[in-house]
Ligand binder design. Structure first.
Ligand code: 5GP
Length: 181
């Protein structure tokens, strides 16, 4: 385990098992349909690549990516959302499944889901690996959720602190001393 991590919350094995289940649910719900998987950069990237491969060939899947402003080097949300990199293609008339790492205050997703609906998507749903409902400020419905967690600051499996720890293959709780001065 990394020396900056206090505790492992989900092992690679637990993550793989849950992602396989989510892929099955998504395959069942979109069977025979086309869906654009919209990955929210950069945190969702590891979850995205695993989840995409857990969706079976009865679904016609394409990929696109969007990047929104996030916390920067801090561990609390500022409440302001900006699109830093937009989708490459229009989602008008298409089924969209947004793939996100974690829903915390809900600020980012509330904005993003509204934004995609306003572009005329046929449907917009959300898959999030982690959900922290205790911290919610904005109402966000998560259609496919990996795990519900308490108010921990977690890293690994794509999640960072100041761009570090994204490559760790597990979800771990970051030691408080890493972000408290
Ligand atoms: P929200 O807008 O829901 O408050 O925040 C969503 C974003 O905040 C996530 O996409 C993620 O980048 C970041 N975030 C929220 N909680 C955590 C956490 O526990 N660990 C990490 N690494 N990022 C988090």
């Amino acid at each position: 385990m990394h020396q900056d991590v206090k505790e492992i919350l989900y092992t690679p094995k637990q993550l793989a098992a849950r992602v396989t289940e989510l892929g099955r649910d998504i395959s069942r719900d979109y069977k025979g349909e086309s869906v654009v998987l919209v990955g929210v950069l950069k945190g969702a990237i590891v979850f995205f690549t695993d989840l995409a491969r857990a969706i079976d060939d009865t679904v016609n899947v394409s990929f696109d990516f969007i990047s929104c402003s996030s916390y920067g080097n801090s561990t609390t949300s500022t409440g302001v959302v900006r699109i830093l990199k937009d989708l490459d293609r229009s989602v008008e008339g298409k089924h969209v499944l947004v793939v996100e790492d974690i829903v915390d205050t809900g600020t980012t997703l509330h904005y993003l889901l509204d934004n995609l609906r306003a572009r005329g998507a046929k449907s917009v749903r959300l898959a999030a690996l982690l959900n922290k409902p205790d911290r919610r400020k904005m109402d966000v419905h998560v259609d496919y959720v990996g795990f519900v967690i308490p108010d921990y600051f977690v890293v690994g499996y794509g999640l960072d602190f100041a761009e570090r720890y994204r490559h760790l293959p597990y979800i771990g709780i970051l030691k408080e001393e890493m972000y408290q001065d």
